[in-house]
Design a protein around this ligand. Sequence first.
Ligand SMILES: *[C@@H]1O[C@H](CO)[C@@H](O)[C@H](O)[C@H]1NC(C)=O
Ligand SMILES: *[C@@H]1O[C@H](CO)[C@@H](O)[C@H](O)[C@H]1NC(C)=O
Ligand SMILES: *[C@@H]1O[C@H](CO)[C@@H](O)[C@H](O)[C@H]1NC(C)=O
Ligand SMILES: *[C@@H]1O[C@H](CO)[C@@H](O)[C@H](O)[C@H]1NC(C)=O
Ligand SMILES: *[C@@H]1O[C@H](CO)[C@@H](O)[C@H](O)[C@H]1NC(C)=O
Ligand SMILES: *[C@@H]1O[C@H](CO)[C@@H](O)[C@H](O)[C@H]1NC(C)=O
Ligand SMILES: *[C@@H]1O[C@H](CO)[C@@H](O)[C@H](O)[C@H]1NC(C)=O
Ligand SMILES: *[C@@H]1O[C@H](CO)[C@@H](O)[C@H](O)[C@H]1NC(C)=O
Length: 871
Amino acid sequence: MGIKFRWVLLGLIAQSLIVAGEFFKPFNVSYDGRAMIIDGKRRMLISGGIHYPRATPEMWPDLISKSKEGGVDVIETYAFWNGHEPVRGQYNFEGRYDIVKFVKEVGSAGLYLFLRIGPYACAEWNFGGFPVWLRDIPGIEFRTDNKPFKEEMQRFVKMIVDLMREESLFSWQGGPIIMLQIENEYGNVESSFGSKGKEYMRWAAKMAVGLGAGVPWVMCKQVDAPEYIIDTCNAYYCDGYKPNSKRKPKVWTENWDGWYTSWGARLPHRPAEDIAFAVARFFQREGSFLNYYMFFGGTNFARTAGGPNYITSYDYDAPIDEYGLLRQPKWGHLKDLHAAIKLCEPALIAVRSPQYIKLGPKQEAHVYRDNGSKCAAFLANIDEHSSATVKFRNQAYTLPPWSVSILPDCRNTAFNTAKIGAQTSIKTVGFDAASYLNDPAHLRLMAPYEVSYISESWKFVKEPIGVWSDSNFTYQGILEHLNVTKDQTDYLWYTTRIYISDEDISFWAENQVSPALTIDSMRDLVYIFVNGQFTGSAKGKWIKVVQPVHLIQGYNDIMLLSQTVGLQNYGAFLEKDGAGFRGQIKLTGCKDGDLNITELVWTYQVGLKGEFLKIYATDDNESTEWTEFPPDAAATRFSWYKTYFDAPGGLDPVSLDLRSMGKGQVWVNGHHIGRYWTLKSPKEGCKTCDYRGTYDSDKCVTNCGEPTQSWYHIPRSWLKPSDNLLVLFEETEKNPFEISVNSYFTETICAEVSENHYPPLRAWSHPKASNGTISLNNMAPEMHLQCDAGSTITSINFASYGTPQGSCQNFSRGNCHSPNSLSVVSQACMGRQSCSISVSNTVFGGDPCHRVVKTLSVEMRCSPTSSISAH
Ligand SMILES: *[C@@H]1O[C@H](CO)[C@@H](O)[C@H](O)[C@H]1NC(C)=O
Ligand SMILES: *[C@@H]1O[C@H](CO)[C@@H](O)[C@H](O)[C@H]1NC(C)=O
Ligand SMILES: *[C@@H]1O[C@H](CO)[C@@H](O)[C@H](O)[C@H]1NC(C)=O
Ligand SMILES: *[C@@H]1O[C@H](CO)[C@@H](O)[C@H](O)[C@H]1NC(C)=O
Ligand SMILES: *[C@@H]1O[C@H](CO)[C@@H](O)[C@H](O)[C@H]1NC(C)=O
Ligand SMILES: *[C@@H]1O[C@H](CO)[C@@H](O)[C@H](O)[C@H]1NC(C)=O
Ligand SMILES: *[C@@H]1O[C@H](CO)[C@@H](O)[C@H](O)[C@H]1NC(C)=O
Ligand SMILES: *[C@@H]1O[C@H](CO)[C@@H](O)[C@H](O)[C@H]1NC(C)=O
């Protein structure tokens, strides 16, 4: 039976119980070898990851409610130590870091919470979530049997557990928290620490459970987790996973439904059919708790992106996109899947292990059947090329390749992972007002979505090259970057002066060679200046740099701007990684061989002057002398630009288009949006994506030859209707005139459903369906279409019931077409935010062509409901 947790109720806690609202009737959480046990009942649980600091508190309720609507029972998040304790002993639980508020929002929505305290998060988050000050604790070694580290870790984990308890957020207090995680994927690095690794792991487990949280703890990717902690799986597929004890349920803590990306890389996408396949296979093979990593990815605001070189967007190709809009068909397909799994839940929890039936060489069924009437079956075809028709309980089922059919009554198919009924949504950034007005369907509307080209009035101020303040200091030799910056900034200037003799100059002239500045090893980015002139740059992770330089006779100033672009977040020995330069810096190709400049006296300057002056802040600092930047001005490297702009009208999310820029950072109304970079991805590698077969992050990529990130999310809550301050620091010679601020919204929606698609899932809740009085097989499938909140369907671009061809944005009529197609669809949908159409001959006034499977394909346009405009 399940493991019981003990805890101590402090008087203090009993008191706060009265103050805090209860979200649930208090309940206990335990588990057995089949499932989590919530309030005495086994549950099949779907969890969705949302990292609270990757969105604003204003966005949280909507994200949580969209997750719930998508069939999620649990919200998962890490706790972000470096966000909560930026300076040792100084805490931040405000704004995006208000974890208590976030957990309460989850509880208010009636969802559970899975909190992964870590405190190592990885998460493509700066330094994996560790505060950078942790490196400076004498004798510290991260994530191993090391006293200083264990003390700090315990202090943070205990603080979070205590905070949650004080706020009555654990299940037994009526709060939403049902499960906790200690450490994170430690099994990946444990062996790097030898026997101390195992010792640390055991210590961490014991320490966590000793904190009296009263809910189960998990360790992911930890096959040697102790008996009292559930070891869990993180991967693209976890159906084959087996926890290390029969007394633990099969839990999938990270189902990677997309992937992250780096500056200069392509954008990964995981097909909805394959995610659904992986999830269905998991529940088919005794899985019981599944978490999507991520359900909403969000944004790495400010300098929170990890490294090396992760982009500001953390969209992750998640079911809810970076801006908080539904990603379709992914969200809708998973919603249908979750509903189908929920229909199976009574049978799944009634049976400890399913009956296995081999249906064919690559086809199999798992049947969950109790002694009574409960029965659910999963039929899988793991053949990645061909579909298969299998016989199950005397009935034939056709299974597309690489798919699972879910039969909640062991007879009717409620869902097949490869058959998408959900709509496709095509989003748009900005708005082409001209084409909008030329479209007669829109003439009666005003155009609230206009491309909001920012005013041409820009001001600028130059950032000095090299040392700019009294805070500079000198040191003989090269200091490690992070030891100097403490990660208060990305930027660190290293400057020195070298003497070049007449002989060297003539040697170079006679041999027609030039000397080169050579850096043995460097990360993440360096700009090289000689005598105030920009000479070159290099980017990479611990790469060698050889930069030819032009030197003059006499003294030459060498200035290196070393930059971090997200600190390392993965791997063992993070505290030793560091940044900047390693090895020696030399001038090669001199007359007398290499000139070793490592041990010269170097002058150091931390950060940029503009950062120090906070010239991005809204309260204007008189010490900054902004000057007009007229349209004919030539842009110079390292400039700060500012302007004011009006927010786009309406309520849609807002996006900043920085395609015309180079690299830098951007702030709006003093809020740090993040780093930007227009580094382009390789031209090749993007090809048509086939959902069939094992997925990996290189399989289905898009955006080849384009900047990895062009658009940057500005949360609505950071904007006023007008006079918003935009400040950029630009590191290259790009001018800001083409920057624009735009609405981001779903403009086109499409769907395709054929008459032999499975019946609507809600039909299953019909009382007569459960005992077979009405046949689900005879119920017509339905098509559902929905615009974003605040938008309605304003035109039908295409509608055909028959044998239409093509796909969204490229549909065409086939040989068979019902003449009523447009009028039926129009009647059902025009002017509505959402609509449903039954896909059957009856609805379309008769069969347009006998003995042919008919399909309904539609394409519609969404426009704002009212002509709201802030202008
Ligand atoms: C939870 O379990 C504890 C210990 O077994 C018990 O005292 C308590 O009443 C239970 N609470 C609920 C809400 O069932
Ligand atoms: C099913 O019935 C058998 C025999 O009647 C019994 O031994 C078993 O415990 C029952 N199983 C369940 C899950 O009720
Ligand atoms: C660098 O620091 C020194 C000593 O604090 C100071 O005298 C000098 O002016 C500084 N350099 C600049 C460019 O501010
Ligand atoms: C960084 O500073 C610490 C002392 O704070 C020192 O032990 C360490 O060696 C330094 N790292 C490098 C790479 O210089
Ligand atoms: C350059 O100087 C460094 C520091 O003194 C020293 O360790 C290294 O051996 C020197 N390299 C060469 C090639 O002389
Ligand atoms: C203004 O400039 C001073 C230094 O001159 C600086 O201390 C301060 O932080 C700056 N920024 C703001 C927003 O006051
Ligand atoms: C099925 O259930 C419905 C409603 O609960 C009931 O009216 C009907 O008699 C049942 N039919 C059978 C065959 O049990
Ligand atoms: C549009 O669909 C037709 C088939 O109906 C296909 O031949 C054509 O390649 C498609 N075009 C695009 C751009 O997808």
